[in-house]
Design a binder for this molecule. Structure first.
Ligand SMILES: Nc1nc2c(ncn2[C@@H]2O[C@H](COP(=O)(O)OP(=O)(O)O)[C@@H](O)[C@H]2O)c(=O)[nH]1
Ligand SMILES: [Mg+2]
Length: 340
């Protein structure tokens, strides 16, 4: 059963009006002196009690379903498809005490096969430009406050991760005349526009080898944000979708490089001398810095993560390693969606 927050307020207003009516009736009866005040008070208390119990029971029995669609974006070869499969698997296997993810059968079957292949070092083939692969399931919140439970009922999130070909993302960025482009009418663009959040991938290998490539990817995200802001409801001039920047393949980074990435993304703060970095990597870090400044000016909620989907796919131990916490960006998006 679905019920919106508006309906809940309507219900509460109904109960309040009923209570006032009960009071007025009681006062009328007392004036007529046809009934003793103790009996009347008992009737009123019972009436209010029954009304509140009804509201509470209805709320508790209700499940509020929040559809949450996350677009996974970035150029080709940055690790989107492997991430989508690994994160769906990790979410389902996770023993998190915050949320439980139950994948749809098709998603579970698909990710099982892909993970089996990955563990045998066989990588998924290139995502065709014609389709968007959707990974779906339901997320239950395991820790919902009693007040929220009473007011909103049980919250369930219908999660969908959309993975598409990198070429389509490049095409968005290359689209100079935004409005006249055929792409804007395509189902792909509709998908990105209607998503609740965007995860944008920049891979560690490009950061190490090709700072200009990083600059291009930053420009691509800039253009994507520009289009989204032109078609999306904005809050105070900012894009209302949460955007996460994911530095993928972080297993390829040296410890000091990983530290520099974390400092830049704001996920850690440590004393660090960038001079010890390779000049090419330092140039990439500067591009990443520009991106964080751009995001802080353009979007309501922004976070950066460094992850390694391949490490997460192979590691079975429960030793906490920040690189393999691939589900962190999804948990962050869910928190942001619930907050809005
Ligand atoms: N070292 C490393 N390589 C990765 C990782 N994820 C993906 N790759 C490599 O990047 C290639 C492209 O990945 P894929 O997910 O298909 O990229 P997509 O084009 O963005 O969907 C894979 O074939 C892997 O070789 C990772 O976590 N670590
Ligand atoms: Mg792909």
């Amino acid at each position: 059963m679905r019920r919106s927050r508006n309906q809940e307020w309507l219900l509460a207003a109904g109960v309040a009006t009923g209570t006032i009516a009960l009071f007025s009736g009681a006062v009328g009866l007392l004036r007529e002196r046809s009934i003793s005040s103790e009996v009347l008070l008992a009737i009123i208390a019972t009436g209010i009690g029954v009304a509140f119990t009804l509201v509470a029971t209805k709320s508790i029995l209700t499940t509020r379903v929040i559809p949450t669609r996350i677009a996974i974006g970035g150029s080709h070869g940055v690790g989107k498809t492997i991430y989508a499969n690994v994160v769906a698997t990790r979410l389902a296997e996770s023993d998190s005490d915050l949320l439980r993810f139950t994948p749809e059968t098709l998603t579970a079957q698909h990710t099982y096969l892909v993970l089996k292949e990955l563990r045998a070092h066989r990588f998924p083939s290139k995502t065709p430009t014609s389709n968007i692969d959707r990974y779906r399931g339901t997320v239950e919140l395991l820790r919902q406050s009693p007040a929220s439970r009473l007011l909103q009922g049980r919250i369930a999130i219908e999660l969908e991760l959309g993975d598409s070909a990198g070429e389509l993302w490049d095409e968005i960025a290359d689209t100079a005349d935004l409005r006249s482009a055929p792409l804007i009418e395509s189902s792909f663009f509709e998908y990105v526009g209607e998503s609740s959040a965007l995860l944008y991938f920049i891979p560690a290998d490009t950061m190490k080898e090709d700072p200009e490539g990083v600059a291009d990817q930053v420009d691509d995200l800039r253009s994507t944000l520009q289009i989204l802001r032109s078609i999306d409801p904005e809050r105070g001039g900012l894009l209302s979708k949460p955007v996460a920047v994911i530095v993928s393949k972080a297993d390829l980074l040296e410890p000091q490089e990983l530290q520099a990435v974390r400092n830049t993304l704001g996920s850690s703060v440590s004393d660090f001398d960038p001079a010890i970095l390779d000049p090419r990597f330092r140039a990439s870090i500067e591009r990443l810095e520009h991106l964080t400044i751009l995001l802080s000016r353009q979007v309501c909620a922004y976070r950066g993560f460094a992850i390694s989907a391949l490490s997460a796919a192979k590691v079975h131990s429960t030793v906490p390693d920040p690189l393999i916490r691939v589900e962190e960006p999804i948990e962050w998006v869910i928190r942001e969606v619930l907050r809005s």
